[in-house]
Write a protein that binds this ligand. Structure first.
Ligand code: XIL
Length: 556
């Protein structure tokens, strides 16, 4: 080799090193599969598995094994698969999934023992005694089969027992057995496997709302009765066109505070087709926000995505016109949502300090004696955590009370006072809690109505449900209309003892000014008939060892 060519080689080598240094690999490539990062955060990252592609598609098996350390059978452990006719148990699909998990060092979550869907007709037609016996036998056989299998560690014992309003779902289980089937199912599962973690699972319970509060109350009461409920499963079937649910982390935390494990069990984020780059970005934000919420709560065990490739997803069949809900496309290529999950698991704390852009001037319509609708032009968020929603405030001197929150760029305000001028403005929130500037204000005046305004007497009575050295939960605070006409809104105020702070609330819109807490009705529980009542709850922290709770509640 001549002197010239060897020095040329040296220059080229140096250049090559420089280029390699200046152009980092994408973060997703840089640092390994999802399961490695999840494990180092003490969490699982899982996928639902379908038996078809698991048996005959190499790429499906490869990604499922490499990326995830937890799996759930998408259908293979459901009643119609495991006991299609009475006493005839078939475990071929379930075993295929458990064997795959064992080979790949993955934990299995059993899904699901008692559900109103995908349960054979023979079960649904049984009378009460026979149905209870069939349920107990089914649980004993299915859980019993895997009780000594090290891979199978948890079960969805009951699935989707609530309606969206928080009432019990009037399924054939409930209609035949009443709600007692729930406790019976948990007891049967515990009898079949004394170690498995036993979960109650549902959808639309991601944020704090009427349904998640009903679930919270049920889990609390079952545990008080000694029923072995160890875990709450939050499905997480989200859609970008409906907005990101409010207070996900707080919701996970309130369940954790009951002493149960929580987990995200069926995460997917669908969109209206066709897919485009903007929707992909929003979707990635939703995935990131869910992962971050779980990471922020110690008792959150992990996240299961409901499949991983858009090639096989239940969304297209179930929600016409929607799709692309997962983290790989139909050709097994990683999407922005993959990177979001990866980076959230790999990353540290959120570094988003950039607030969303300021929303447009709200415009008021449908103004009545107690309500009004507002719409404004939407904000955008570029800080990484994504747009989470909007706060609507009333301009009122030093502290402007929060009138409501919305995940979209409109809101319907209720519980307003009749014949009153309101000057209101909007601020946008992102997933990291940054607030935008104030939008310009708009002014409207409620009508004198003629219809019943919110006036008339009411009372509020709070019960301390549970307390510990540094905090307490007041639940329910029962609000009762003591007047003779209907009320269309209520406001409860109370004083927090010094050093106490509200850390969460449900079924009311709560604002705090100094030690004064104002709880206004949520948009679904403001209307009270004479003698009618509703309730809300809140959690507070207090200086360690302090034993005070708020002395009383005033209703107006
Ligand atoms: C879905 C499966 O993904 C589909 O393949 C099947 O046809 C219907 O059920 N909530 C649940 C899951 O608990 O079991 C459902 O899975 C999705 C909603």
């Amino acid at each position: 080799m001549s002197v010239r060519s060897s020095s040329l080689l040296r220059v080229l080598t140096l250049l090559g090193m420089l280029v390699a240094f200046l152009v980092p690999a994408t973060s997703a490539e840089a640092s390994g599969p999802l399961r490695t990062h999840a494990a180092s955060r003490g969490k699982f990252i899982g996928t639902a598995l379908a038996t078809g592609p698991l048996s005959n598609e190499t790429q499906y098996r490869t990604i499922a094994g490499q990326e995830f350390n937890q799996v759930t059978a998408e259908n293979a452990m459901k009643w119609e698969s495991t006991e299609p006719s009475q006493g005839q148990f078939t475990f071929s699909g379930a075993d295929a999934i458990v064997n795959f998990a064992t080979q790949n060092n993955q934990q299995v979550h059993g899904h699901t023992l008692v559900w109103h869907s995908q349960t054979p007709g023979w079960v649904q037609g049984l009378g009460a005694t026979a149905m209870r016996t069939a349920m107990q036998n089914h649980i004993s056989q299915v859980v019993g089969r895997y009780a000594d299998n090290a891979a199978v560690v948890s079960w969805d014992v009951v699935n989707e027992v609530f309606d969206d309003n928080g009432n019990m779902r009037t399924s054939f289980w409930y209609n035949t057995l009443g709600s007692s089937y729930i406790a019976d199912a948990f007891r049967a599962a515990r009898a079949a496997d004394s170690n498995a973690r036993l979960c109650i699972n549902d959808y639309n319970v991601e944020g704090i709302n009427a349904k998640s509060t009903a679930m919270y109350n049920l889990v609390s009461s079952l545990r008080q009765q000694g029923v072995p409920v160890d875990c709450v499963g939050i499905q997480g079937h989200l859609a970008i066109q409906y907005g990101f649910p409010g207070q996900v982390q707080q919701n996970l935390q309130r369940f954790a505070d009951l002493g149960v494990q929580v987990r995200i069990t069926e995460l997917d984020v669908r969109m209206q087709m066709p897919r485009d780059a903007t929707k992909d970005t929003t979707q990635a934000t939703y995935y990131r926000n869910v992962v971050n919420a779980c990471l922020a709560v110690t008792a959150c065990a992990g996240i299961t995505i409901w499949g991983f490739t858009d090639r096989y997803s239940w969304v297209g069949d179930t929600f016409p016109g929607e799709g692309a809900a997962l983290i790989y496309n139909e050709n097994y290529e990683q999407k922005p949502s993959y990177t979001a999950v990866h980076d959230a698991l790999a990353g540290g704390t959120s570094t988003d300090t950039t607030p969303p852009t300021t929303p447009g001037t709200p415009s008021a319509s449908n103004v009545t004696g107690s309500s009004a609708s507002l719409t404004w032009s939407a904000s955008t968020d570029s800080g990484g955590s994504g747009l989470a929603g909007y706060n609507v405030y009333r301009e009122q001197g030093t502290t402007d009370p929060l009138l409501g929150q919305s995940s979209t760029n409109s809101i319907s305000l209720t519980g307003l006072s009749a014949n009153t001028q309101y000057q209101v403005y909007v601020r946008a929130r992102d997933g990291a809690g940054n607030l935008s500037g104030n939008s310009p204000a708009t002014t409207f005046t409620t009508t004198t109505g003629g219809g019943p305004g919110p006036g008339g007497g009411c009372t509020a009575v709070g019960t301390v449900q549970t307390q510990w050295s540094s905090g307490y939960v007041v639940q329910p605070v029962t609000v009762t209309n003591t007047g003779t006409s209907a009320k269309s809104g209520w406001t409860v105020t109370f004083t927090l003892p010094a050093g106490h702070t509200v850390t969460g609330s449900w079924n009311a819109v709560v604002t705090v000014s100094g030690q004064t807490v104002t709880a206004r009705n949520a948009n679904y529980n403001g209307n009270l008939a004479p003698s009618g009542s509703t309730s809300f709850g809140f959690q507070a922290s207090r200086p360690n060892g302090n034993t005070q709770t708020p002395p009383g509640y005033t209703c107006a």
